[in-house]
Design a protein around this ligand. Structure first.
Ligand SMILES: Nc1ncnc2c1ncn2[C@@H]1O[C@H](COP(=O)(O)OP(=O)(O)OP(=O)(O)O)[C@@H](O)[C@H]1O
Ligand SMILES: [Mg+2]
Length: 356
């Protein structure tokens, strides 16, 4: 319900006017009963006085209240047009209206400072993004150039390995070289994928199979180490809409990180499950853990604490999972180990698939 809008001057002056008029009425009734011309003159003077009091009150109120209100409205209008360099002049007054003015000016000062901070942050982010884009292009070019000779080296190693007698001790060396080549190839793939991402090819399929494949590959990497990779599947898990190649890559990155975090003996556990409307894959390790200060950095591209790492594994993993409208949750205790929980929705809407 819309209430009737009444001008504030009217609101302020009505009670005063009402009291004055009531007094005047009583006074008139009393005076008329005397039929005395002198009293009539007094009546006229009293009436004029009442009108004068009302007029003076209006002028005083207009000066004390209306002027600052009009100024405030003008300044708010300027602010809504985007001009934050405004301040009201009545802030010098030593009353409640002055308090209002000082608060307004203080608020504007804070808004100006916040805007400057945001602009600075934006400029820094933009230049960092440009820097990263250039670096990404460079890295992608380099990765592409390295891949071809690497494929040649892998072929030669394969032939050498085949020609070696089965008793030759050099066979172990050849196997190591093959593993190293596979590692370089993985890094190059991550690098190329980061620089030139391709949208996921979403299909409904069994997540257990995707995870099992990644675990199998990771187990091959730890054959010579005292590290156990345990897998707990979820046979009853409904099919999950995902790009199995990309999620396989995510899990392999998490598994290799887990393995690399363990010095000496240890265990990596992979558990498949579900929560709400999502499938979950928890990769936990008994490795060195991540200090709380570093936790916010691990998903940044090129952030690495390893001598031979590119720092692309987790940033790529997160991007892929987010393109599946999922998320990666991390928790870690230094000296005890880390947990990476990949959460993927079972279903995506058509719009979500199109946006991936
Ligand atoms: N399970 C883990 N335990 C301890 N630290 C981890 C773990 N996973 C990631 N980290 C930390 O996060 C950093 C970034 O990981 P990310 O996978 O992005 O790059 P990287 O492993 O260093 O390099 P790359 O993946 O290219 O080999 C790692 O260098 C490491 O410090
Ligand atoms: Mg990694």
């Amino acid at each position: 319900m819309n209430s009737v809008r009444v001008n504030w001057q009217l609101k302020a002056i009505l009670p005063v006017g009402f009291v004055l008029l009531a007094g005047l009425l009583l006074f008139t009734l009393a005076t008329l009963s005397f039929r005395d011309p002198e009293r009539h003159a007094v009546l006229i003077v009293a009436g004029a006085g009442a009108v004068a009091i009302c007029a003076v009150s209006i002028v005083a109120l207009a000066y004390v209240i209306q002027r600052p209100m009009v100024e405030l409205q003008e300044k708010i209008g300027q602010v809504s047009e985007g001009n934050l360099n405004v301040a009201v002049g009545f802030s010098r007054r030593n009353d409640e209206i002055g308090d209002l003015g000082r608060n307004f000016n203080h608020m504007m000062q804070q808004l100006r400072e916040s805007r400057e901070e945001i602009e600075l942050l934006h400029r820094t982010q933009m230049s960092r993004a440009e820097h990263l884009a250039t670096l990404g292009e460079l890295a992608a070019g380099l990765a592409h150039e390295i891949r071809n000779p690497l494929a040649g080296i892998a072929g030669v190693i394969e032939i050498i390995g085949r020609d070696l007698p089965s008793t030759s001790p050099a066979r172990a060396v050849v196997k190591d070289v093959r593993l190293e080549i596979a590692q370089i190839n993985r890094i190059l793939t991550d690098l190329l994928e980061t620089a030139r991402p391709h949208p996921p090819q979403i299909c409904r399929s069994n997540l257990n199979t995707t995870v099992e494949h990644a675990v199998m590959l990771a187990r091959q990497q730890v054959l010579s180490k005292p590290i156990k990779i345990e897998l707990q599947q979820a046979p009853d898990l409904p099919e999950v809409e995902h790009d199995s190649d990309q999620i396989h890559q995510v899990l392999l990155n998490l598994l290799l990180n887990a393995v690399q975090a363990i010095e000496g003996a240890g265990t990596v556990r992979v558990e498949i499950g579900s929560r709400d409307d999502c499938a979950t894959v928890l990769v936990s390790d008994t490795g060195r853990g991540i200090p709380p200060l570093n936790l916010s950095n691990i998903f940044r591209p090129f952030y690495t604490t390893k001598g031979n790492g590119t720092g692309l594994g987790l940033s790529l993993a997160r991007r892929i999972v987010e393109e599946h409208h999922g998320r990666i949750e991390v928790s870690s205790v230094v000296g005890k180990g880390s947990k990476f929980d990949v959460v993927l929705p079972f279903h995506m809407t058509t719009a979500e698939i199109a946006a991936s």
